[in-house]
Design a protein around this ligand. Structure first.
Ligand code: ADP
Length: 766
């Protein structure tokens, strides 16, 4: 270690330098731009500058004498933020006896900041540390450094934030890369990508790359498309812009910008797609677009714009004249609207117009225009959309028409229509209802329907309405009375349904009201008539019953005297027969015959009157058995006439047994009695089952009946023959009819004269 060279102690006897030498040095120190100093830090913590050259005045504005007298005035000027820096440097210098090299800021008068570089060498003396050093101002250098740093930071920022990938390479290694590059090549971090070699991120065998590298060697800078490789092995087209330069050591560095062309390709594809979509959307919606560039005077029409005007897309150059020529002659005045818009500084313009297309077709279009002005307020562009609204207009017209028709149907409907809300107030009424009730529409709309309803009908009406509201039914129908404005009563048939709101609750009721007053009046008349008829029928029934009773009594009471007449006549014949001549006997035999016929008549009449007076007891009767019994009864006739009786399938039916027997016997009896003289009688009894009734048919091959007598024969005492041809009273079929009537059935005849007859009766199953 060399002995300290104590400048401050100029007169130091230890100094090896001669006086001349010293003077020379002092002169020198005074004139150099920096500051030479000797600083001492004593073990008792006191300190001082044992020497400081005059340069201190130039830099700090304090004289060397002042500083040597009190070192602290210089230290006080150190920038507060840098004080610790000096302190730390000093400690390290003490500990290691190492040089202090430090850049510090000093705050001088007028907030002036100066950068100072201190360079000093320590020495340990007996009671202190001593630093010999040099101070120089470096403000200008620092500022330059900051500028460079700032610009470096700015460029780094740009590179870091760039969306394009940036990589610095050195002899095939990645030295640096920005986040976009890390992402583009599929790495996780800068450290990660720094591991990669050139061949990991670029296809070095790609001819294009080989050519680019060669060119770079000579030109230093190249651009071109190459193949990039991502970490997952995926290859992608990329654009490389590369610059080569030599670093301070003479090694070649490359600065490379990469653009992922696959993204651009995708973006281009997307753009093309959205353009295609726009074209499609325009075509679907029949919306064409147009652009007018006021600066260039150019017009643009989309494909659909051409089509709307009846032209093939791009079949002609769009011009203002062409646009105007499409306007319908009646609408030409709209050109001015359009042309004046920029002068009027309009921002939007819209109108509907009729056009004549290139193919001569007349259509309606709706157009919206937007004007864009530049910063000077001059028109720059006008964008427009044009839509073919012909169909829409037609639909609107049709809708309006249908609305009018509906309104007509509503107002002039044959029935009254009203809509009431859930407060029962009338909200809508049609003309018919106003006329029906004699009110003006405004008057009706002030009323609740309850005020118009007859009090006797209101309860039922409201109950029905409640059912409707509670969803128990979807509509109700009732006849009720309304009051006419003049106080009279009107009968109506009311049908009410409801309109639900969004919550599904009834909020309006639609009522259809048909005036049925006339019908009601007719009904009243009819009802009266019916009541009268029923009364008459009852009276008739009573008199019938009386008649039947009378017939019964008469026929019953007549039997006795008749029996007397007959027996006495027979007695005369028996006792005095031999005294009587032939004539007298003949008279007696007539009288007996007459009496017998009278007896038959009386018996038949008795039977007839019994049909309705006998006790009714319905029971299940097997008709087959009934027919067998009848056949047994009629056996003498059957045998005498050699008649054939064919019995088919016959049902069991619910009826009055005795009357069914009587019915069958009368019909089979007649079938045998009215046989044709040229042939033997064949009687067939059959049945047909229907849903609700049984049909029983008794057919014969007898004499038949003329159709004109089909009704008559069922009337009591109606006969078609004299008793000499066929015996009988004309009561049999009347009895049959009465029996069938009692069973709520029908009886009729089908017959052909000379061929035979069929008597058919139908009896309900239950
Ligand atoms: P009648 O006692 O005369 O038979 P009905 O009331 O039984 O009285 O018959 C009325 C008339 O209907 C008969 O007089 C006869 O002319 C005609 N008639 C009834 N049944 C037959 C039949 N099966 N064929 C032809 N005529 C018949």
């Amino acid at each position: 270690m060399s002995k300290p060279f104590s400048i401050g102690n100029i007169h130091s006897s230890n100094s090896g330098a001669g006086v001349d030498e010293l003077q020379l040095m002092q002169k020198l120190f005074k004139n150099i731009p920096g500051v030479i100093f000797q600083f001492q830090l004593f073990d008792d913590s006191t300190f001082c500058f044992s020497y400081i050259s005059n340069g201190v005045g130039l830099i700090f504005g304090i004289s060397s004498e002042e500083v040597m007298a009190d070192a602290s005035i210089l230290f006080a000027k150190i920038h507060p933020e840098d004080k610790s820096k000096l302190f730390l440097a000093r400690n390290e210098s003490i500990n290691n006896l190492s040089n202090i090299t430090v850049d510090l800021r000093f705050l001088l008068e007028d907030d002036l900041v100066k950068w100072i570089n201190i360079n000093s060498t320590p020495e340990r003396l007996q009671n202190c540390y001593l630093w010999n050093g040099y101070i120089r101002e470096i403000t200008a250098e620092k500022e330059k450094e900051f500028l460079v740093e700032k610009s470096e930071r700015r460029y780094r920022d740009i590179v870091e934030r760039s969306l394009n990938a940036f990589i610095i390479g050195k002899e095939g290694e990645v030295i640096d890369a920005n986040p976009a590059a890390i992402e583009m090549f599929g790495y996780d971090s800068i450290e990660d990508i720094k591991q990669a070699k050139r061949q990991d991120i670029i296809d070095e065998n790609d001819e294009r790359y080989i050519a680019l590298r060669r060119q770079r060697q000579s030109l230093g800078k190249v651009n071109g498309e190459i193949t990039g490789i991502r970490r997952n092995g995926e290859r992608f087209p990329c654009f490389l812009s590369s610059t080569q330069f030599a670093d301070s050591e003479g090694k070649f560095l490359t600065m490379n910008f990469y653009i992922d062309l696959s993204q651009i390709a995708k973006a281009e594809e997307k753009l093309a797609k959205s353009q295609e979509l726009l074209t499609q959307a325009e075509a679907i919606a029949h919306i064409g677009s147009s652009e007018i560039d006021y600066k260039t005077g150019k017009f643009f029409w989309s494909d659909e714009f051409y089509r709307i005007h009846g032209l093939e897309p791009n079949s002609c150059e769009p011009t203002p004249e062409m646009s105007e020529s499409f306007l319908h002659p009646d609408e030409k005045y709209k050109i001015a609207l359009f042309n004046d818009a920029p002068q009027k500084k309009l921002e939007n313009l819209s109108f509907d117009s009729k056009i004549i297309r290139a193919d001569g077709m007349e259509r309606e279009v709706s157009s919206f225009w937007k004007l864009v002005y530049d910063i000077d307020g001059n028109p720059a562009k006008m964008y427009g959309v044009v839509q073919d609204i012909t169909e829409k207009k037609q639909l609107e017209t049709a809708l309006k028409l249908s609305e009018e028709q509906f309104r007509g149907a509503f107002e002039y409907s044959a029935i009254g229509i009203a809509i009431a809300d859930n407060t029962k107030k009338l909200r809508v009424v049609n003309d018919t209802l106003c006329n029906m009730l004699g009110f003006e529409r405004e008057e009706l709309l002030q009323l609740k329907f309850t005020q118009l309803t007859h009090p006797e009908d209101l309860k039922l009406d409201l109950r029905n309405l409640k059912d409707l509201e509670e969803g128990k039914r979807s509509f109700y129908k009732m006849e009720k009375r309304y009051f006419h404005k003049d106080g009279s009563t009107i009968w109506v048939l009311l049908i009410v349904s409801m309109i639900k709101n969004k919550e599904g609750k009834a909020h309006q009721f639609v009522a259809q009201i048909e005036n049925i007053t006339q019908r009601k009046e007719q009904e009243t008349v009819l009802q009266k008539l019916n009541e009268e008829l029923a009364l008459r029928a009852n009276e008739l029934m009573d008199s019938n019953k009386e008649l039947e009773r009378f017939a019964y009594i008469v026929s019953h009471d007549l039997q006795e005297p008749l029996r007397m007449v007959t027996s006495f006549l027979q007695l005369i014949e028996k006792k005095y027969g031999h005294q009587l001549d032939d004539k007298a006997r003949e008279y007696i035999s007539y009288a007996v015959g007459g009496a017998k016929r009278m007896k038959d008549l009386i018996l038949d009449m008795l039977e007839f009157s019994r049909v309705s007076s006998s006790i009714i007891k319905y029971e299940q009767v097997d008709l087959l058995k009934t027919v067998e019994e009848v056949k047994l009864n009629l056996l003498p006739h059957i045998q005498n006439d050699n008649a054939t009786i064919i019995v088919g399938n016959l049902p069991k039916i619910k009826c009055i047994r005795s009357q069914m027997f009587q019915l069958m016997q009368n019909l089979i009896g007649n079938a045998l009695k009215y046989k044709h003289r040229d042939r033997e009688a064949i009687v067939e009894i059959s049945s047909i089952e229907h849903d609700t009734e049984w049909e029983i048919k008794i057919s014969d091959n007898g004499i038949g009946i003329d159709a004109k007598y089909f009704e008559k024969i069922f009337v009591i005492f109606q006969r078609l023959h004299t008793k000499s041809d066929y015996s009988g009273t004309g009561i049999g079929l009347a009895i049959c009819k009465k029996i069938v009537d009692r069973h709520y059935g029908r009886i009729w005849v089908e017959s052909e004269l000379g061929k035979g007859s069929s008597f058919i009766f139908a009896i309900p199953k239950e």
